[in-house]
Design a protein around this ligand. Structure first.
Ligand SMILES: Cc1cc2nc3c(=O)[nH]c(=O)nc-3n(C[C@H](O)[C@H](O)[C@H](O)COP(=O)(O)OP(=O)(O)OC[C@H]3O[C@@H](n4cnc5c(N)ncnc54)[C@H](O)[C@@H]3O)c2cc1C
Length: 528
């Protein structure tokens, strides 16, 4: 028989197969020899009390032969001769998973990606990190795999569509991710492993007969009779299809501008903006694991913090234990930071975004203070321009070459200059700056108070050993591209499917991938 059993173990016991089998035998009332094996179904750490527990759920094989876990099978079809074609603009998680789903439905995807393949893209990242020179077409956001490739690869989502999430995780395993992402409560791949997985996805798409084209930046949409006839790319080519998936991510400002210029409906969308904060990892371990800080069986600790300050939410975002702060800018003259970590999470720092919700009225209220935004009150690009303005102020404050303005944490909240800064993982470097003068006031005030409150919730967290780096501004899209709830098409353009994070329908790798699949299924149902 097979039996689902849940129990908890100490961290030092949780990877010991014989202990797990013993617990299964005790729980099921059978002899240990009757337990032939088990599959882990769920694994999570509970560090809330003094004793830290690992919660496990297993599917136990008792009195029957153990069977290894069967990989989920996918039916990738040969689409070389397929009559139906769909153009996908953007090869981030949204575009890639849409392409894979279309192939399963027998439809040929043509992916147009502005950036380069993962390997070539790495050189552009090195130039940015080491020389402070950005390639606006190839960076942490643009290129094969989109912002998902050199991301942290945390695969959790607030979405609760379990079946869809499992499918996405199984696809990641199919293309090379470790099986443990299927049962860990907080699955994580790591920046070192993601490029291989993305390459394997591209190989699959190409092998099936899909077209995967790099350095094809879409710069125009040719529209007739409420339908896109073709798209033009920056290198002078034109591509035609019956349906178009727009999956260009939250950083493709030129796409938002293009849609607006062509009177294609878009809307300003509230987003979150703030800073990234970095602590020594050991300090976070001590905060979270208390007496067990030195326990090797525990992973580098993470945290998730949220606080209401004067009616406004301040919250941690994309926390990276054992991670690195990355320059995630997409253009010259602007600073954007984000975070990643390798699969082992073995860097000595823990970083996290710390952000504040930005509503439309915040940007409107701040208009007078920032000349460049005047006249944009009713524009759907208002929040995008607000985001850009903060990023540019940060660049100027850092002094150029993507050096980021920064301040120690307690100094930040106390409004005091930091005479020195601690060592930080951010490679382009830091400049000590009074961030009150750089960030919008409501953002600064909310963060300054929020940090003090976080220190009360997590003693040890509020410390001058931590450094605050500005700005974390690309948390989600500042623009929504509307789509019809039933057809999933743009209300004005019948064959345009706005999709993923850039259009405002996803936040993170898994939800972006799920949205890509959803659109592909919809198109297949329509045209098959
Ligand atoms: C450093 C970093 C760490 C992150 N860590 C995590 C994490 O741990 N977990 C998580 O869930 N999320 C993380 N994210 C966010 C995650 O990567 C995004 O949510 C996700 O990639 C969004 O997917 P998308 O396909 O909608 O858009 P994107 O990934 O942004 O992809 C859009 C693609 O479109 C292309 N494109 C843009 N304009 C054009 C054009 N005009 N023509 C052709 N192509 C175009 C871009 O080059 C890009 O490849 C991280 C992001 C960064 C930058």
């Amino acid at each position: 028989m097979q039996q689902k059993i849940s129990f908890k173990l100490l961290p030092s016991e949780a990877s010991d197969e014989s202990i797990i089998k013993k617990i299964i035998a005790q729980t099921s009332g059978k002899k240990q020899s009757a337990v032939t094996g088990f599959h882990l179904l769920k694994k999570s750490i509970d560090a809330r009390a003094k004793t830290i527990w690992v919660n496990l759920t297993v599917n136990a094989f008792i009195d029957e032969p153990f069977k290894v876990r069967e990989p989920q099978l996918f039916n990738f079809r040969d689409v070389r001769k397929a009559e139906k074609k769909v153009i996908i603009i953007g090869a981030g998680p949204t575009g890639l998973f849409a392409a894979l789903q279309l192939i399963e439905k027998g439809i040929k995807p043509i992916i147009l990606e502005r950036g380069k393949d993962v390997r070539t893209r790495r050189r552009d990242l090195a130039m940015l990190n080491k020389e402070g020179i950005i390639n606006p077409e190839s960076n942490y956001c643009f290129g094969e795999g989109g912002a998902g490739t050199y991301s942290d690869g945390k695969l959790y989502t607030r979405s609760n569509k379990r079946g869809d999430i499992d499918r996405i995780l199984n696809l990641f395993v199919r293309f090379g991710a470790e099986e443990k992402i299927l049962y860990e409560a907080h699955p994580h791949i790591g920046t070192n492993k993601l490029p291989h997985i993305i390459t394997a996805m591209r190989n699959q798409i190409n092998d099936c007969g899909g077209d995967f084209l790099f350095e094809k930046k879409v710069i125009d949409l040719i529209i007739e009779k409420e339908k896109i006839q073709s798209v033009k790319t920056a290198d002078g080519n034109t591509f035609e299809a019956d349906n178009f998936i727009l999956a260009t991510g939250h950083s493709a400002r030129d796409i938002f501008e293009l849609l607006h210029a062509k009177n294609i409906l878009i809307e300003a969308k509230p987003f979150a903006l703030g800073v990234r904060i970095e602590h020594p990892q050991i300090l976070i371990n001590n905060c979270q694991y208390k007496s067990n800080a030195a326990n090797d069986a525990l992973p580098p600790a993470s945290y998730s913090l949220v606080q209401q300050v004067n009616g406004r939410g301040v919250f941690s975002f994309c926390m990276c234990p054992g991670g690195i702060i990355a320059p995630a800018s997409t253009a010259a003259g602007e600073i954007v930071v984000n975070g990643w970590s390798p699969s082992k999470r073995n860097n000595p720092f823990a970083n996290s975004g710390m952000v504040v919700q930005v509503e439309l009225e915040d940007a409107v209220k701040n208009l007078g203070k920032f000349k460049s935004l005047e006249g944009l009150e009713n524009s759907p690009l208002l929040l995008m321009e607000f985001q850009k303005m903060v990023e540019q102020k940060c660049f100027d404050a850092g002094g150029g070459k993507f050096v980021a303005p920064a301040q120690r944490m307690v100094d930040f909240s106390n409004g005091k200059n930091s005479s020195s800064l601690p060592t930080c993982s951010y490679q382009p470097g830091l400049q000590s700056v009074h961030l009150k003068e750089v960030l919008p006031d409501f953002v600064y005030q909310s963060l300054a108070k929020g940090f003090i409150e976080f220190g009360k919730k997590m003693p040890g967290y509020f410390t001058n050993d931590a450094v605050v780096v500005a700005t974390e501004s690309r948390t989600s899209s500042p623009v929504r591209i509307p789509r019809n709830n039933d057809t999933l098409t743009h209300p004005q353009i019948k064959n345009l499917y706005p999709c993923g994070e850039g259009a405002g329908y996803a936040g993170g790798i898994v939800s972006a991938a799920m949205d890509g699949e959803r659109i592909a299924v919809q198109i297949a149902a329509l045209i098959s």
